[in-house]
Design a binder for this molecule. Structure first.
Ligand code: ADP
Ligand code: 5GP
Length: 193
């Protein structure tokens, strides 16, 4: 990519079920300079998820149009659905003086890191074990049996990417993991520009 990005971005990356959304929400609640960058996806909304808050839920056609319009900073397939970081979200948050927080999968995270280099921070949230990850995913109750199985298969692969990111935090005890992530993010933000 030849573009010269401005500003800094924070990425939380993890296999599905590790707890990255939980940790990201805690960060957003405590850090007023950090704001969630709402992605677009073609997967259906889960109960309770809101359009424009959790994701922009797009049809395949709408997603294609966004790609053609150059609307994505990056986008990837995950478990048969498409997910993409919207340039409009990241730009809007930066213009407002916030640090965008991206909750994205490993390939997208590597691409954003390639674009932003030292202007990006990627924290990999690791589950204590694959067994615990399976328990958490099943316990969340959002996936049917087939999606659960394919997410677990993907998780095994994604775990191998941990050392490609800036920091790894094991999410065993939630509060402890959150404090570690918060400290890492605070240091990154304080380090100007
Ligand atoms: P992800 O965004 O990585 O897919 P979630 O944040 O949705 O994962 O977490 C998956 C499930 O695990 C949720 O039900 C969440 O409440 C639970 N969870 C998250 N962190 C912990 C933890 N440290 N210990 C036990 N359960 C956790
Ligand atoms: P979920 O369906 O559980 O919400 O998300 C599935 C995976 O897609 C998660 O790893 C999540 O972080 C990732 N994801 C969400 N938004 C984006 C995005 O904009 N780009 C990429 N590459 N991945 C995303």
């Amino acid at each position: 990519m030849s573009e010269q990005p401005k500003g800094k971005v924070i990425i939380v990356v993890a296999p599905s079920g590790s707890g990255k959304t939980t940790i990201a929400r805690m960060l957003l609640e405590e850090m007023d300079k950090v704001r969630f960058s709402v992605s677009a996806t073609t997967r259906p909304a889960r109960p309770g998820e809101k359009h424009g808050v959790d994701y922009f839920f797009l049809s395949e056609e709408e997603f294609d149009r966004k790609i053609n319009d150059g609307g994505f900073l990056e986008w990837e397939y995950y478990n048969g659905k498409r997910y993409g970081t919207l340039r409009s979200e990241v730009d809007k948050l930066m213009e407002m003086g916030y640090f965008p927080l991206l909750d994205i999968e490993v390939k997208g995270a590597l691409n954003v890191k390639r674009m932003y280099g030292s202007q990006s921070l990627a924290v990999f949230i690791q589950p204590p074990s694959l067994e615990e990850l399976e328990r958490r995913l099943a316990g969340r109750g959002t996936e049917d049996e087939q999606t659960l199985a394919s997410r677990l298969k993907l998780a095994r692969k994604e775990m191998q990417y941990a050392d490609r990111f800036d920091h790894t935090v094991v999410n065993d005890e939630l509060e402890e993991a959150f404090q570690q992530v918060k400290q890492i993010v605070e240091l990154f933000i304080a380090d100007k520009p």
